[in-house]
Design a protein around this ligand. Structure first.
Ligand code: ARG
Length: 459
């Protein structure tokens, strides 16, 4: 293999397969744009501070700009011999403009360079992810508006608990995604910090101007400790952690979709566009997309655990272990963006079987709390009322009757205070409507959530 950029003190060369093990070019070329951008800012700073002459600086700037164009035209070719994106770019630049290219690395190290590239990479992707989440939030609000008065069983322990509004259910996911957006927005604060200028680990003797570089690259802040600058990957861990929580939210929704499109539930129907058939069973319509999003949450968690484990016990400052920070992060972005888009398409084309949902609340005992509450308002202590209704449920199960089937005569035996209005109270839609406490499933409360969401999304 050819002589390395850092080959001065070396007498023997590694074999190609060893080089390949150490190389990162196969994946870090994804940051080629960021790398050139970082180098351009760095050389402009070297020019401004007169660390490099105007003539030299201008040659390097022109060369880098040409390189940038070639990259966008898909003309750049990288080699494993040059190990990573940083040395590949420098080597191509040298071919282009000659030995003056060697001045670009003045006052800089690959350690602060790679950190800068990675900060830029995450920084550039955060807004895209936030935008995709907001698109889903808008869809959820639209769906919720259509379903404020759609009644369905609410579950705890996957058992019918109390009837709720399907719009309320949808707005619960809206609320989760709102926190996701906030987390990614906060992620920006720790990503928007410039490491460049930390050099290898200790800063540099050159009179560099980090404020200038920060401004050139659009960073809002600058690392104040050079050791921290080159070894911090918190911003990536936060990103992976936020991504994991987001995927967990999508996965929970997808789990419910998968259950609810089943024959047994039949609450929802997915569009043909987001389902697949079976190669053997002609009748099948499988919720593949929902299952895949649920499944892909696993790999995102894996990337978070992977990097946490890599970072644990790493002594300061840079260690080559840190090269392992990239693939999982790239894969997370590659997983997240399409998952968000597919999720949005899938839920916006969902058909809601409103009657079926309603029917599921009619033939159960999810109005038992209503009756207990009713008895409590008639002066029976709630504990006692709970016991009475429990016995009525037991009897109902034995005789295949629901609470609304109990005759007035039977009710009067329980308490003479029970009136005809009890039957109205036992209707699922009335049960939902009356849960008008702040944040409850009552129609008014759901409508309020929707209005607030619209205001928030318009911001
Ligand atoms: N490819 C390396 C990485 O991704 C770049 C930094 C290398 N620095 C070093 N001193 N070997 O982390």
């Amino acid at each position: 293999s050819t002589k390395k950029l850092w080959g001065g003190r070396f007498q023997a060369q590694a074999e190609a397969w060893v080089d390949e093990f150490g190389a990162s070019i196969s994946f870090d070329q994804l940051m080629a744009d960021e790398d050139i951008e970082g180098s351009l800012a760095h050389v402009k700073m070297l020019k401004k501070t007169k660390i490099l002459s105007e003539v030299d600086s201008n040659k390097i700037i022109a060369g880098l700009e040409e390189l940038q164009q070639e990259l966008h035209d898909g003309k750049l070719e990288f080699t494993v011999e040059n190990e990573d994106i940083h040395m590949n770019i420098e080597s191509i630049l040298t071919e282009k403009i000659g030995p003056v290219a060697g001045k670009l690395h003045t006052g800089r190290s690959r350690n602060d360079q790679v950190a800068t590239d990675f900060h830029l990479y995450v920084k550039n992707r955060l807004p895209k992810i936030i935008e995709e989440i907001k698109t889903i939030q808008k869809t959820l609000v639209t769906l919720a508006e259509d379903n404020v008065e759609t009644i369905m069983p609410g579950y705890t322990h996957l058992q019918h608990a109390q009837p709720i509004s399907y719009g309320h259910y949808l707005m619960a996911y809206y609320a989760m995604l709102k926190r996701d957006v906030e987390r990614f927005e906060f992620n920006m604060k720790h990503t928007d910090i410039l490491p460049l200028g930390a050099a290898a680990l200790a800063g540099t003797t050159f009179p560099i101007d980090r404020e200038f570089t920060a401004q050139e690259l659009g960073f809002g802040d600058i690392y104040t400790n050079s050791l921290d600058a080159v070894s911090d990957r918190d911003f990536v861990l936060e990103f992976l952690s936020n991504a994991s929580i987001l995927m967990m939210h999508l996965s929970r929704f997808c789990e419910e979709i998968s259950m609810w499109v089943s024959y047994e539930f039949n609450y929802l129907e997915l569009s043909d566009q987001y389902t697949t058939g079976s190669s053997i069973m002609p009748q099948k319509k499988n919720p593949d997309m929902a299952e895949l999003i649920r499944g892909k949450s696993g790999r995102v968690y894996g990337h978070l655990m992977g990097l946490l484990s890599t970072m644990k016990s790493l002594p300061l400052a840079y260690n080559k272990d840190l090269q392992e920070d990239k693939e999982g992060t790239f894969d997370t972005v590659k997983t997240l963006l399409p998952a968000l888009r597919v999720f949005n398409g899938m839920i916006s084309t969902i058909k809601v079987h409103k009657e079926r949902m309603y029917h599921a609340t009619e033939n159960d005992f999810s109005n038992a709390t209503e009756l207990a509450d009713y008895l409590a308002t008639k002066g029976i202590p709630f504990r006692e009322a709970h016991g009475i209704v429990g016995q009525l449920v037991l009897k109902g199960i034995e005789t295949h009757h629901n609470l609304q089937d109990i005759t007035m005569k039977e009710f009067k035996q329980i308490s003479p205070l029970i009136e005809d209005d009890v039957y109205n109270m036992l209707k699922p839609e009335v049960a939902v409507e009356r849960r008008n406490s702040l944040g409850g499933t009552g129609f008014k409360q759901v409508q309020m959530q929707i209005e607030q969401a619209k205001v928030d999304l318009a911001k």
